[in-house]
Design a protein around this ligand. Structure first.
Ligand code: 13P
Ligand code: 13P
Ligand code: MG
Ligand code: MG
Length: 370
């Protein structure tokens, strides 16, 4: 039987500012999902946070876009918002951008990464959660794990990975998508996904030659852009992704290796700055210096008969200290640029922030250069 793995997340209030989720909000979510498990809406779950984003990780058999699971998530975020209001948390209900819920949270503010698949005998699956950045932040690590032989040894030495993978790339401005094969079309793929604010990897599929069903995604990334829903800056998208590993797919360590650079992403303070993405354990998934730097956490599960094992906090490991140290050095260097690009985002990306209001004030004072 197929299983659906869903990560649905929202920022419903920060503690303090945009730093962290208050534990009372997680408690509400745990209670809601415990009831839903008892009522057999979901088969298992794990509630956590990354920075100020409340993360619902769920296993169930309802398929993707299931009304029951989306309603459960929406109701959970609404209840947590009420608590956030009671506690006076910052930006209570920040990501709930509509009151007219109609069965699916897509386009309503929360981020969604869901995939339905036939579980293998042993099914390792990893939930990645980012704060203070945008969906394109996943392009580099997802590319590396499924396409870069210097990252993933299995692409070279494992016959079941050797044919590569198929990437589904979305143009989030034009609302189009394209399927690209790797390694055959790797340079085309990179031509697109290097432009990470516009082209984002949505899913990865096995090649037709794989033993895995070729229509079942092996990775999925949330691609919701909050400013496109709200029409203005309300917070960064703070994306999530699910990645399956081993047996015809990259090993867990090859999946994690994709995050070992501490690559530059956009987001950070006021969603308006470039900075390094720091991999951290959940205990360190709180955004502090200059509301950052942007962070990514990873929880690894084994999935069996719809049940999830306890998670392993995969970046809570000294093996990633070197990445974190590099991130801190880069963070400090970038910070010294203050309001200058390329620390601050280019003007096109600032269009959705509060900067145009400042520029407008100066408008009438501009005179033509003779
Ligand atoms: P084990 O021998 O520990 O199963 O590891 C195999 C492997 O492929 C590690 O990447
Ligand atoms: P969030 O998107 O995490 O809410 O952060 C918003 C922000 O402006 C941080 O400075
Ligand atoms: Mg926030
Ligand atoms: Mg956030």
């Amino acid at each position: 039987m197929k299983t659906t793995f869903s990560i649905i997340k929202a920022d419903v209030g920060g503690w303090p500012g945009h730093a962290l989720v208050h534990p009372d909000l997680e408690e509400i979510a745990r209670k809601k999902l415990t009831d839903a498990k008892r009522d057999k809406i979901i088969t298992d779950f794990h509630v956590t946070h990354c920075g100020d984003d409340l993360e619902l990780i769920m296993a169930h058999s309802n398929g993707t876009d299931a009304k029951e699971v989306h309603s459960l998530s929406w109701d959970t975020f609404c209840e947590a918002t009420e608590k956030a209001r009671d506690l006076g948390l910052y930006g209570a209900g920040q990501d709930l951008l509509s009151d007219a819920f109609s069965g699916n949270v897509k386009g309503m503010g929360p981020g969604v990464a869901e995939m339905e698949f036939t579980p293998r005998k042993a099914e390792p699956v990893i939930a990645f959660m980012m704060d203070k950045t945008e969906p394109g932040a996943f392009n580099l690590p997802i590319f590396k794990m499924f396409s870069d032989p210097f990252n993933t040894a299995g692409l070279i030495i494992d016959p079941s990975c050797h044919d590569g993978f198929v990437f589904e790339v979305w143009d989030i401005q034009e609302h189009k998508h394209v399927m690209l094969k790797s390694p055959e079309e790797m340079y085309d793929l990179l031509a697109l996904i290097g432009a990470k604010s516009r082209f984002v990897i949505k899913r990865v599929f096995p090649k037709p030659s794989s033993k895995l069903p070729k229509d079942e995604a092996v990775s999925v990334i949330s691609t919701e852009k909050l400013y496109q829903i709200a029409g203005e800056y309300v917070g960064k998208d703070d994306p999530v992704a699910a990645v399956r590993a081993q047996s015809g797919l990259p090993a867990v360590g090859e999946v994690l290796e994709g995050f070992s650079l501490g690559h530059l992403v956009s987001g950070w303070m006021r969603g308006s700055h470039n900075g390094p993405l720091m991999p951290v354990g959940i205990k360190d998934a709180a955004c502090t210096r200059f509301d950052g730097p942007p962070r990514v956490a990873a929880l690894g599960f084994q999935l069996k008969d719809g049940k999830l094992t306890e998670p392993v906090d995969l970046f809570d490991d000294p093996a990633f200290d070197i990445t974190r140290r590099r991130c801190m050095e880069v963070m400090d260097y970038m910070r010294r640029h203050g309001p200058f690009e390329p620390h601050r985002l280019p003007m096109a990306d600032m269009e959705y922030t509060t900067l145009p209001k400042v520029m407008k004030k100066l408008g009438t004072r501009f005179k033509k250069i003779k």
